[in-house]
Design a binder for this molecule. Structure first.
Ligand code: HEM
Length: 129
């Protein structure tokens, strides 16, 4: 069975990602995102589907993911990655994803979130001295 199906497929990921972006909206990194998250949620859904062996919904629509390059315009430091990750962790905790697969999913999200970091926390911060 493909991970996508083992994780619960569309029936699990639709509400999970909806909840995730609702959490992003209430988070300290909301300013990085477009004001309307409907299409962002759709892109994430398409990406996750294809990534985990479900229907190929992302590349026919968006092309090669090039995730790091696509995130470059947004200032993502360690704190932003941590906030993103805690929104995802909470969304998974409140989802219907089978508990035995949650850590596999989250571990991959953690690695990818770390890889999206493109600014140092000190960048843009006022010099303390
Ligand atoms: C580390 C913290 C992260 C932040 C702050 C962040 C932020 C963003 C922002 C602002 C966008 C643009 C939204 C839009 O164009 O609608 C975006 C797009 C996207 N992000 Fe992230 N992201 C993060 C991590 C991740 C991770 C870990 C993944 C995958 C596992 C991911 C997958 C995507 C995808 C698939 C898109 C759409 C790309 C496209 O087709 O244009 N992001 N992200």
């Amino acid at each position: 069975m493909k991970p996508w199906d083992a994780f619960g497929g569309d029936a699990v990921f639709r509400p999970l990602l909806h909840d995730f972006y609702a959490r992003i909206k209430r988070s300290t990194i909301v300013h990085l995102f477009p004001p309307e998250l409907i299409e962002t949620e759709e892109k994430q859904f398409a990406f996750q589907s294809e990534f985990w062996g479900g229907p190929e919904r992302y590349s026919p629509w968006r092309g090669h993911p090039r995730l790091r390059a696509r995130h470059m315009p947004f200032a993502i430091d360690q704190t932003a990655a941590d906030v993103w990750m805690s929104c995802m962790q909470e969304a998974v905790a409140h989802s219907a994803m089978p508990t035995e697969y949650r850590e596999t999913f989250l571990q991959r999200m953690r690695l990818t979130a770390q890889a999206m970091i493109n600014r140092s926390v000190a960048d843009g911060a006022e010099h303390p001295f």
